[in-house]
Design a protein around this ligand. Structure first.
Ligand SMILES: N[C@@H](CCC(=O)N[C@@H](CS)C(=O)NCC(=O)O)C(=O)O
Length: 324
């Protein structure tokens, strides 16, 4: 675990001391957009046109942010157009590595690198900052398009539609304002909230994270009592962004990050909604408990010093979801 400083790897854990024991997530540094015609997107440079075979994703099956991009690749019919390299689930002194000795870890399919940081240094030999997944790589310009999952899923939602013929829209114009409101609260209190609770190094920082987390889960439970999906009757980006945290919750966050006031299975609407999304065509194959259980319990030895992986829980995600 570490970061790049002016192109040099420094092995260090998150600095929570600077913020009263609180974990602060870094902002992503590469923020270009793939667009249908290569015009510039909301941030970054122009020149990244959607083309089959041109782009590649570097991901971890363990990571909820990377998981979003794998889901969009699956549900938007992009598997034949965007390649994938999957890192090893253990993230230790060297950060993410490409060892292939774990089922589903593919190694670096483009360059045969050992470390993910080599991909960042290829894009910018003087790169500084955390070396995170997901990374969307451009094989033509030999650089990183983006390392921000929130942006990558919006690109995958629409930029390749002419190539795939799949125009399913998870960010429709009419729901954008509502999706924005949902994302804001859910990102801060749930997606990132579990990390703020789990990485807290003071009681106060933990308390400040865990109360809003469960308030938000109760609020989501009530939304899902009245509507099939978060933004109403239509499945949207907001649902997929929440799903990647929810599918890790009972097996990882509940125990390892001490988010244990309740489990997902204790919220009937949320649990049914989660099973429906899990059962959505193409999605189950992107959910890899073997990677996420191993990653969290093994990599974070400051939380779990003996690196013992837990036996449970046993939950059946294939049960009928009863949401239709
Ligand atoms: N803003 C990024 C966050 C990605 C992120 O933090 N990924 C984690 C894995 S879950 C990571 O790679 N962490 C490595 C590190 O912080 O050194 C996104 O959503 O794409």
């Amino acid at each position: 675990m570490g970061q790049l400083i002016e192109g040099v790897w420094k092995d260090e854990w998150y600095d929570t001391k600077a913020h009263g024991g609180e974990f602060k997530r870094d902002t992503a540094k590469f923020r270009n957009w793939v667009t249908a015609d290569g015009a510039a997107g909301p941030t970054g440079e122009a020149g990244f046109a959607a083309e089959s075979g041109r782009y590649h994703l570097f991901v971890s099956y363990a990571c909820p942010w990377a998981h979003r991009t794998l889901i969009f690749r699956a549900i938007k019919g992009l598997a034949d157009h965007i390649g994938v390299s999957v890192v090893h689930p253990d993230m230790l002194r060297d950060g993410w590595v490409f060892d292939g000795d774990f089922p589903g870890a593919t190694g670096d399919q483009l360059f045969g690198s050992r470390f993910l940081r080599e991909i960042y240094l290829r894009a910018n030999p003087k790169a500084s900052g955390r070396v995170t997944v997901p990374v969307l790589w451009d094989r033509e310009r030999d650089t990183i398009v983006s390392n921000e999952s929130a942006d990558i899923i919006r690109m995958l939602n629409s930029a390749f539609d002419r190539i795939t013929g799949n125009d399913d829209d998870y960010y429709p114009e009419s729901l954008r304002a509502r999706i924005g409101q949902l994302n804001e609260r859910i990102y801060d209190s749930v997606n990132n909230g579990v990390y703020k609770a789990g990485f807290a190094t003071s009681q106060q920082a933990y308390d400040r994270a865990v109360a809003p987390l469960f308030d938000s889960l109760e609020w989501i439970e009530s939304l899902l009592a009245d509507h099939r999906y978060l933004a109403g009757e239509r499945l949207s980006e907001a649902d997929w962004r929440l799903f990647t945290t929810v599918c890790r919750f009972d097996s990882v966050y509940h125990t390892h990050f001490k988010c244990n006031r309740k489990r997902i299975v204790d919220f009937p609407n949320l649990w049914g909604w989660a099973r429906e999304l899990y059962q959505w065509p193409g999605v189950a194959a992107t959910v890899r408990p073997d990677h996420f259980v191993r990653h969290y319990y093994f990599s974070h030895d400051m939380i779990n010093p003996h690196r013992i992986l837990p036996i449970g829980p046993v939950e059946d995600w294939t049960l009928p979801h009863d949401r239709g």
